[in-house]
Design a protein around this ligand. Structure first.
Ligand code: SF4
Length: 398
């Protein structure tokens, strides 16, 4: 597979288990691949880890990256084992000859090297103060200031080593735990260097906090055309990293969906069913049952639901303990709340079969969805207005 150029943006993750435990490692890689990972990285801190690589590569279907820290020999052993890419921080290997040996080995094997200049590894360096003095005016007034200057300078220094060996099969990363620094660093790097970029927010935390930080940074960069491969990192099961990375790319239309796209209303005072539970159940059921990338909308009422669900292939508008189901704008059922899930699944399945037979097209709307009279059979906020529970506001009149 390719990274950069016209290649699609790829999703990466990193194994959280020991690489030398081959069966466990292979099982995790396969789980990540099933979730949508294109590339998987493994740590190789010890000889026994690189010794496991050949078998791991043999038993898996995606490119495997060896993450090398401190021990250049691990990189050489990984190349020998047939690894597909090396991740290296030249700042962690002080001997230039050793870095050159790794570059030469990768060049001979025809495999790329990712050069990572994480904020953490840079600010730990002894020359931090000196560098900051040297580069003090470099990014004066910039919100990420000296730190950004140091990252760029370090990267230039590392790239010099690679370019001196006429090695250009390089991917660059410059991660930080600070989303704004990540945006600034990659934006600056993209304007200065012509190498593919691996995006990531490092040490982002749990999925709950890390998702927002990661999506804010990576989404901004990707939407601006920056980034060739991404890793969202959480202090959690790496499968979540892949799921969220895939969802990010799908949301930005950078990857085709392989299952349903769920649209759900946030609910409001008009709600008359347990929508949160219904949405969870719909997602769980349809995720495993449907493979066609249809849009499915689950809306809490018929007042705004039809408008909000416009464009959905299959939609349910719930209210007054019932659900009205539409397929591409055509009303097909009106069922009790407890029957919504089964009927929705049935309609999604039959719509999927129609798509597969070529009898329907995704995204087509056959009939204009018009919400029923809100005072009609389903009930709505109107009864609350009438009963005085909520105040009706008429816009434009005093
Ligand atoms: S669809 Fe209905 S219940 Fe859901 S947010 Fe919109 S108005 Fe409220």
């Amino acid at each position: 597979m390719a990274i950069g150029g016209d290649a699609p943006v790829s999703v990466q993750s990193m194994c959280s288990v020991f690489t030398h435990e081959i069966d466990v490692c292979v099982a995790e890689i396969n789980k990540l691949v099933e979730a949508g990972a294109d590339i998987v990285r493994v740590a190789v801190p010890e000889r026994k880890d690189t010794a496991a690589l050949a078998e791991i590569i043999n038993q898996t279907s995606v490119p495997i990256v060896a993450d090398v820290h401190f021990h250049y020999k691990r990189a050489l052993e990984a190349v020998e084992a047939g690894i597909h890419k090396i991740r290296l921080n030249p700042g962690n290997i002080s001997d230039r000859d050793q870095v050159n040996d790794v570059i030469d080995a990768c060049k001979n094997a025809g495999i790329p090297i990712r050069i990572g200049v994480n904020e953490g590894s840079i600010i730990e360096r002894k020359d931090k103060q000196k560098r900051m003095e040297e580069l003090g005016a470099y990014f004066e007034g910039h919100r990420s200031g000296h730190l950004l200057a140091i990252m760029i300078a370090k990267l230039e220094e590392y790239l010099d080593i690679f370019e001196a060996r006429d090695f250009h099969d390089v991917v660059i990363s410059a991660k930080s735990m600070d989303a704004t620094l990540v945006i600034d660093a990659y934006t600056e790097i993209a304007s200065r260097f012509d190498y593919p970029l691996h995006l990531g927010v490092t040490h982002a935390g749990t999925r709950e906090t890390g998702a927002i930080r990661s999506i804010a940074a990576l989404g901004t960069l990707l939407a601006n055309g920056i980034g060739d491969t991404i890793r969202i990192s959480y202090a959690s099961d790496p499968v979540y990293e892949v799921e969220d990375g895939v969802e990010l790319l799908c949301s930005l239309s950078m990857r085709d969906r392989t299952g349903i796209e769920l649209i759900a209303c946030p609910t409001c005072g008009r709600i008359q069913v347990d929508l949160f539970t219904l949405v969870e159940e719909v997602k769980k059921t349809l995720d495993s049952a449907i493979t066609v990338p249809m849009k499915v909308a689950v809306m809490g009422c018929v007042v705004n639901g039809p408008g909000e669900a416009e464009g959905a292939d299959v939609a349910v508008f719930a209210g007054n303990k019932r659900g009205i189901i539409y397929v591409q704008g055509e009303r097909v059922a009106n069922v009790k709340e407890e029957e919504i899930l089964d009927r929705l699944l049935q309609e999604c399945r039959s719509f999927e079969e129609k798509i597969q037979r070529g009898e329907a097209t995704l995204g087509q709307k056959n009939v204009e969805i018009k919400p029923p009279d809100p005072i009609g059979e389903l009930g709505s906020g109107r009864d609350k207005i009438d009963s005085g529970d909520v105040e009706q506001i008429t816009i434009g009149k005093t």
